[in-house]
Design a protein around this ligand. Structure first.
Ligand SMILES: [Zn+2]
Length: 551
């Protein structure tokens, strides 16, 4: 096991293809005599390779200008496609071995079957191209410089102004941001069109009717499908869109505006968005320690071993995420904290992901720790709500304003979440649509799910281009609905915690410990929650939130 005393000195060796080739050949031989031993060998091998892949991807995103880090990232992308091929061969060999089946459990077996259906060596070249093309989007966004108030700022730094109490400043920051998009329209349309064509081609090679079939398998959606999602979207339109529209109308009144524009949406009232006070890490120590002793101890480990990279920096790729190093069994949190309220949301959210990895690290198999995203987002979005009693460590006397806004955001997010998802369904149902037609589809989504949305004469966004700021659409296709499903579960946890916070917290820690041992809906039910696909659940959840808000 590679030791990780501190992330700064953590340098797992780059896997050597020739050596790997030998190891995989030996593993296949071992599978003939001792399938269970082969499973152990394979798991250990994957922990090594996946740790190097994770570190390499992360180091590049920490500084997208570092040429050596970019080269390593490119090698990692190649290696990962090559490994998908080898791993598919191993899965095919082990899948029907009764000893292996009994050991890993039904959920892992179902996930492996999906892996096999989502990969074909004949698609390798296109899969590599897909990674390279998605990386171009990351690089474009990471390198973006926007002139604002006399200085050049990154898009991540500029985002702090979304909560500014000064409306003119919010609007100006929004204009600066969307001018960048307008200036790169052709590039953004071009990258996306290439991705759509590549993905449609991959689906064809795999024998799927469209890329949607491919994406659901890639995302290991073992116990739900597109019909479930279609019904979920209909319920959002029925139960959530009208409520969200009411909340936006109330917000417009609270701000005393004639029209609520997109640059006002993050601001609850004339005081602006609540902002965190003091040092994030210190406040985190206090808050996580107060919530649960195990969570507090875990956060201390993260701090001591340098497993947090929080501040916004030049050259850093945008966004926030949690990655894992499976060999030392430790997670890492990457963010772009810029002094806004989102810093706390991102920190708590990513700590939720990281804590799940931590709690389930005693599970023997890598696939039992690694949740599919709809399940993983329950751990992160769930903790966002469970952290409510401890958030005064960050917000002081603004904590009530933050909580209220958090809940409003959770509700208004649901229609946006499915709009992004529905958009992608439409795009891949008709992959030959032109870029202009795709912008029109997005505008149709906005009219359906975000009827309050108003861009004024903002460049690009007012012409159907808003979706191009949503990196998941480029880089993680079909991810987005996972957030809406998980939010429906997180809101149930929130509701329970209002009566019994300690009980909800205990249930949450146990849920994190079970990792990915169950399919999504069984996992949710094991924590006493209802599946977001069950009849009536969404309506009930939304009603209890509306009741708390007094709407
Ligand atoms: Zn997340």
């Amino acid at each position: 096991m590679a030791p990780l005393h501190h992330f700064d000195t953590f340098a797992p060796p780059e896997p050597d293809r020739v050596a790997l080739d030998r190891q995989y050949a030996a593993l296949m031989k071992q599978a003939d005599d001792e399938p269970l031993d082969a499973l152990f060998t394979w798991d250990a091998l994957r922990r090594q390779t996946d740790t190097w892949l994770a570190v390499t991807g992360l180091r590049f995103r920490q500084d997208t200008r570092d040429a050596a880090a970019r080269d390593a990232r490119d090698r990692a992308n190649r290696l990962s496609t090559w490994l998908d091929d080898r791993n598919a061969t191993v899965i095919r060999r082990l899948l029907d071995e009764p000893e292996v089946q009994a050991e890993v459990g039904d959920r892992t077996l179902a996930a492996w079957r999906m892996d096999l259906e989502a990969f074909d060596p004949a698609a390798s070249e296109r899969l590599d191209e897909e990674k390279d093309t998605a990386a171009r989007y990351f690089e474009l966004m990471g390198s973006a410089k926007v002139e604002f108030e006399g200085s050049n700022q990154s898009l991540s730094a500029l985002a702090v102004h979304r909560g500014d109490p000064d409306r003119a400043r919010r609007e100006a920051a929004s204009r600066a941001k969307w001018s960048f998009y307008a200036g790169h329209r052709e590039q953004l349309d071009g990258i996306y069109d290439e991705l759509v064509q590549l993905r449609a081609g991959i689906a064809k090679t795999l024998g799927h009717s469209d890329f949607i079939e491919t994406a659901y398998r890639r995302r290991r959606r073992v116990d739900w499908g597109r019909d479930d999602v279609s019904r979920f979207r209909a319920r959002i339109r029925e139960h959530v869109v009208p409520l969200a529209a009411t909340l936006r109308a109330q917000q417009q009144d609270a701000l005393g505006l004639d029209a609520l524009r997109v640059w006002d949406e993050e601001v609850p009232d004339s005081r602006g968005a609540p902002t965190p006070k003091g040092d994030l890490i210190e406040a985190g120590r206090e808050a996580f320690g107060a919530l649960h002793p195990e969570l507090g101890a875990f956060f201390d480990v993260m701090v001591q071993r340098g497993l947090l990279d929080l501040p916004v920096r030049d050259g850093k790729a945008p966004g926030g995420f949690c990655t894992t190093f499976p060999e030392p069994r430790l997670p890492f949190i990457f963010a772009n904290c810029n002094g806004s309220k989102d810093d706390v949301k991102v920190l708590v959210h990513e700590v939720g992901h990281a804590f799940q990895k931590w709690c389930s690290r005693p599970l023997p198999w890598i696939d039992q720790v690694r949740c599919s995203a709809e399940a993983a987002e329950v751990h992160s979005m769930g903790l966002e709500f469970l952290s409510w009693p401890a958030l005064d460590a960050f917000f002081g006397d603004e904590v009530d304003r933050f909580r209220r806004q958090h809940l409003i955001r959770a509700l208004t997010f649901l229609p946006y979440g499915v709009a992004v998802d529905h958009f992608q369904h439409r795009v891949f149902e008709n992959p030959s649509a032109s870029p202009a037609e795709r912008h029109a589809i997005w505008q149709e989504m906005e009219a359906t799910y975000l009827p309050w949305r108003s861009y004024g004469d903002l460049p690009h966004a007012s012409e159907g281009g808003f979706w191009q700021g949503q990196r998941h659409i480029y880089v993680y296709p079909f991810y987005y609905v996972d957030y809406a499903l998980a939010q429906t579960c997180a809101l149930q946890l929130w509701h329970r915690s209002l009566d019994d916070h300690a009980g909800a917290m205990t249930e949450y820690v146990a849920l994190c410990g079970r990792g990915a041992t169950e399919p999504f809906q069984a996992m949710v039910r094991s924590a006493g929650l209802r599946s977001p696909f069950d009849e009536g659940v969404l309506a009930e959840v939304v009603q209890s939130a509306a009741g708390w808000l007094g709407v």
